[in-house]
Write a protein that binds this ligand. Structure first.
Ligand SMILES: NC(=O)C1=CN([C@@H]2O[C@H](COP(=O)(O)OP(=O)(O)OC[C@H]3O[C@@H](n4cnc5c(N)ncnc54)[C@H](OP(=O)(O)O)[C@@H]3O)[C@@H](O)[C@H]2O)C=CC1
Ligand SMILES: CC(=O)N[C@@H](CCC(=O)OP(=O)(O)O)C(=O)O
Length: 342
């Protein structure tokens, strides 16, 4: 198979390139950059960690479609939607890592992203690719989920699907490593700010809130909202989503564990750890989502801890999982089965 990456010099694009370059079903990878190009660019000049002397070609939909079988977009939200119409119109397969096609309702996108949404005619042709819970009618345009949304939804799914949650009780305290913000330097991603620091940002305004709600309501339409916060922490990679909720009625620890086993025992990239609460480093460099759960009878509270590597399961790894699902390949193809530890 021949695949194209748009935005390969960014963090997610680079990780994606690394995975696809070792994928047994990928014959060639073609890299594309800005429309019109910025002079001649080579991957190894911009990403010295990968000494691959591949040109970064100017973005050109006709050329991409004639030389490739699928396009991955690892471009920012707000940018992707302005580039992909020709692919959708041609029914050419795309896996989009950005947030531009995750939300079905353009008004909700506008509210949370503070940008105009893609036209409804295009939005209706995309499907939300949470790999463990894909949409029934998958389209050729797959919106790869956001990093916080992935960790949080996988943590909530079993209890939500089984209607075991008091609908008004969900509180999520999520933390992310700095690579989640991409390669651009900003005041809050520079070393002097975030080293030995923790910073809660986008309180009640994070764009993954509507993304989580859209899927959560498919599972349990009674859940009206969630309280969700995001904190930047001084690690390079990793998300920890700590979820607190009240059960709708009393459940034993065994009943809670059984609901997670039911949904994840056959999922190759979700490792349900029962009452062990996982740490970020246990998944770094891997496509795993590790989940642990605790029930406190004193406060009648269930705590779920869900950890992922934001650049893997939260972006490039899940994109490769979607690629495997789309072409009906072995689900684990091209994905490392061990984290980088310690
Ligand atoms: N980082 C993460 O953990 C996650 C990221 N994502 C999503 O993945 C996407 C990429 O994120 P990330 O890798 O962090 O971002 P980066 O900022 O690290 O990289 C963005 C890439 O997009 C390219 N790009 C920007 N504008 C254009 C354009 N107009 N035409 C072509 N290429 C363009 C950049 O190229 P250049 O440098 O030449 O401008 C760069 O290669 C985003 O939509 C992000 O939301 C999703 C989940 C997790
Ligand atoms: C640490 C950090 O800044 N993280 C980013 C996550 C961006 C991302 O990947 O989300 P989308 O794909 O939905 O844009 C944030 O919180 O906005």
């Amino acid at each position: 198979m021949h695949v194209a990456i748009l935005g390969a010099t960014g963090y997610s694009g680079t990780v994606l390139y690394g995975l696809l370059s070792q994928h047994p079903n990928v014959e060639s990878i073609n890299l594309y950059g800005h429309e019109g190009g910025k002079g001649s660019r080579f991957f190894d000049n911009e990403v010295p960690a990968f000494s691959t002397h591949l040109p970064i070609l100017p973005f050109n939909p006709a050329e991409i479609m004639s030389h490739n079988d699928l396009l991955f977009c690892a471009t920012p939200a707000g940018v992707t939607k302005n580039l992909v119409a020709p692919f959708i119109e041609a029914d050419f397969p795309v896996i989009d890592l950005s947030g531009d096609f995750r939300l079905k309702d353009p008004l909700i996108y506008k509210k949370w992203y503070n940008k105009e949404a893609a036209p409804s005619s295009l939005l209706s042709k995309s499907s939300y690719g949470l790999t463990e819970f894909p949409e029934k009618n998958t389209t050729k345009y797959i919106a790869n989920p956001g990093c916080y949304a992935t960790a949080t939804l996988l943590g909530l799914a079993p209890l939500a699907i089984e209607h075991m949650i008091d609908p008004n009780s969900i509180i999520v305290d999520a933390k992310s490593g700095v690579s989640g913000a991409g390669k651009k330097l900003s005041t809050t991603s520079q070393y002097n700010f975030i080293n030995e620091n923790a910073w809660l940002y986008k309180m009640n305004k994070h764009q993954h809130i509507p993304e989580i709600m859209q899927k959560l309501r498919e599972w349990d339409s009674k859940i009206p909202a969630i309280q969700f916060s995001t904190t930047l922490i001084p690690v390079t990679r990793g998300i920890m989503s700590t979820i607190y909720l009240k059960p709708i009625k009393h459940y034993t620890n065994d009943e809670i564990l059984t609901s997670f086993h039911k949904h994840y025992d056959n999922a190759p990239f979700v490792r349900f750890k029962e009452n062990y609460l996982p740490a970020i480093k246990e998944v770094t460099g891997s496509n795993y989502c590790d989940i642990g759960v605790n029930y406190n009878p004193v406060t009648n509270t269930i705590t779920i801890v869900s950890v992922i590597d934001n650049l893997m399961k939260g972006a490039a790894g899940q994109a490769v999982q979607n690629f495997n699902l789309f072409w009906n390949l072995t689900p684990t193809s091209g994905l490392p089965l061990l984290p980088v530890f310690p």
